[in-house]
Design a protein around this ligand. Structure first.
Ligand SMILES: [Cu+2]
Length: 255
């Protein structure tokens, strides 16, 4: 209920409800803390007003109530982070929780100031070699075009196409500064850090066009660093994939 009130976008992923449950709990917890602190603040203003206390008290609070309350808040926050937050994140980024290699769609996502580049392995299912030394304005992904595996690779700028219900592994990195790939509707947000490639996985459960944003303040154009994520039925995705591969590699397609 609080999630909705605060404007959460619809959940379109299989695991999204787990994140939403935790968010809902966090929002309620924050609301209780906020109201609690407000009551404490106002009662302090009244209780310790000058007119009530003409002489200063040098001993202050003697009871342990405040310590107990503070410790409970710390404890609840630790349980939320260690008991729920980290395991939920772990399920998305650790290799042994990943879907079957043959079933999953694998995509590379590379952030740059200020756009998202996506790289698909193409019909052969093998990514072409990439090298930081080959990165240029016309080849933001640094794909080695002499590698035979790259001959059918599909690249796409600011458009991430996915198949509905197909497990998807996105390997995220950056070309320049730290960005963060945020797929709100998939309940996925992961930093894109230069020099590392972090894989995250999820399974879309609803077709549609969703917004992708950069969730890390990355420069003057950060506000405009947005892209589209299209979750499509298998036949629509396959058609786009085939058509784009043929457009980008007419020589390979003709063979
Ligand atoms: Cu960015």
């Amino acid at each position: 209920m609080l999630n909705k009130l605060l404007g959460i976008v619809p959940d379109a992923s299989e695991h999204g409800y787990q994140i939403d449950h935790m968010l809902e709990f966090c929002h309620w917890f924050m609301l209780i803390l906020f109201v609690g602190w407000l009551i404490f603040f106002v009662s302090t203003l009244v209780r310790f007003h000058r007119s009530r206390n003409p002489k200063a008290n040098y001993h202050g609070i003697q009871g342990h109530m405040s310590t107990h309350v503070e410790m409970s808040v710390v404890l609840i926050e630790a349980v939320l982070l260690i008991g729920f937050g980290l395991p939920l994140w772990g399920k998305r980024v650790t290799e042994d929780s990943f879907p079957d290699k043959n079933e999953a769609l694998r995509v590379h996502a590379v952030g740059e100031q200020f756009a998202w580049n996506f790289h698909y392995p193409g019909p052969d299912g093998v990514f072409g070699r990439q090298s930081a030394f080959l990165v240029s304005s016309t080849n933001p992904l640094g794909i080695d075009n002499t590698d035979p595996a790259a001959a059918d690779d599909v690249v796409s700028k600011n458009e991430l196409h996915l198949t509905n219900y197909r497990p998807t592994v996105i390997e995220i990195t950056s070309k320049d500064v730290i960005h963060s790939l945020s797929l709100h509707n998939m309940r996925i947000t992961q930093d894109a850090t230069p020099g590392t490639r972090v894989p995250v996985w999820f399974r879309p459960k609803k077709t549609g066009t969703y917004e992708i944003v950069c969730a890390q303040l990355c420069g003057a154009g950060h506000f405009a660093m947005r892209a589209d994520m299209m979750v499509e039925e298998k036949k629509d995705f396959d058609a786009w994939y085939k058509e784009t591969a043929a457009l980008q590699h007419p020589a390979t397609a003709a063979k």
